[in-house]
Design a binder for this molecule. Sequence first.
Ligand code: NAD
Ligand code: WQD
Length: 354
Amino acid sequence: MAPAILVTGGAGYVGSHTVMALLERADNEHEIVVIDNLVNAYRADGEKKPEPLKRIEEMTGRKIHFYDVDIRDRDGLNRIFENHSIQCVIHFAALKAVGESVQKPLEYYQANIAGTCTLFEAMRTHGVYKLVYSSSCTVYGEPEKLPLDEGHPTGLGIASPYGRSKYFCEEIMKDLCRSDQKWMVISLRYFNPVGAHRSGRIGEDPAGLPNNLMPFIAQVAVGRLKELMVFGSDYPTVDGTGVRDYIHVQDLADGHVKAIRLFQQPGFSGFHAVNLGTGTGYSVLQMVKAFEKASGRTIPYKIVGRRAGDIATNYADVSLSHRLLGWRATRTLDDMCADTWRWQSANPEGFQKS
Ligand code: NAD
Ligand code: WQD
């Protein structure tokens, strides 16, 4: 059996771009095995594979093994580990809507924590100890100081069950690494992923009203939504609106490719948390302006009150990602906006209707 990488949640936004990045590398001889229960990814009626994976196969000429399996399905996972020679796991699968998690904490803890534990059990059963985990800057809670480095306390003042599920999973992974030196875990703490693959054929396709800024702006630009609500203009920032460290999803995907290379490094083991961001923050209004420039469209907006749980500013200290992974974000804000626009204008209704 050829060596394989298991990608959970690989039909989703960050997962699909990472699958693309893995397959675009000529030196990657691993087979790619994706599992996804399609709770937040689209598959056309009668098709075996989700639409993003079909498009990646078309673009790369490479085959992806796909299983419509939930990470909580122990038997389903065991069959996959038996059918493929899995060398390492990149674990994206999770529910991620911050507001919804406040309404449905049990569903979030069940999927994100119980599901993650079931996956880890299957890995251990099959002797697979190499793991890249999708974590989030949300684990830092309200920043005590900026930029946020990996030594900043985690777990305090996190505003949602979603955020806490990411923090709890990190604690579980630390305990696993303490229990057995065979584990090698890289927890990538993403800042704010935006953008789309440069082809414009895969991108972010939120179900319903977007929760996040960039897809909301993109849907206003394309005429699906009337105007953007800007949540608060009285923050202590450059123009009063919230500041975030937006990172191009292709840079993020490349970070995962670099992370799995670390597993080959002699002596590498244990738990490592690494920020993936650019180190630069932009305000909501700066994002609007940049998107107007990239799209040539006007983005109507209205200032409304602050959104509960929002912080004023965050941005990453990115020195560890450079030192440990040899990785740095290379794409600019203009790239992020231009690539989002290419995807959104070519697929105005997302995957389903394009
Ligand atoms: P996404 O919803 O697009 O992708 C997640 C994928 O996992 C979806 O395709 C979904 O169908 C699948 N999935 C969910 N629950 C599952 C389960 N129980 N079993 C199998 N598959 C399941 O989200 P994304 O933006 O690509 O995020 C990927 C990961 O990155 C998540 O873990 C998320 O928490 C984390 N993250 C995302 C962001 C962001 O802003 N996008 C920021 C920080 C961290
Ligand atoms: C960005 C800025 C909003 C929408 C969330 C999660 C976090 C992480 C990334 C997963 C803020 C403002 C937004 C809108 C607005 N995800 N905004 N109008 O809140 O930094 O982080 O996604 O781990 O956990 O909390 O990202 O894109 O929602 O907001 O004014 O319609 O845009 O107030 O200042 P956020 P976001």
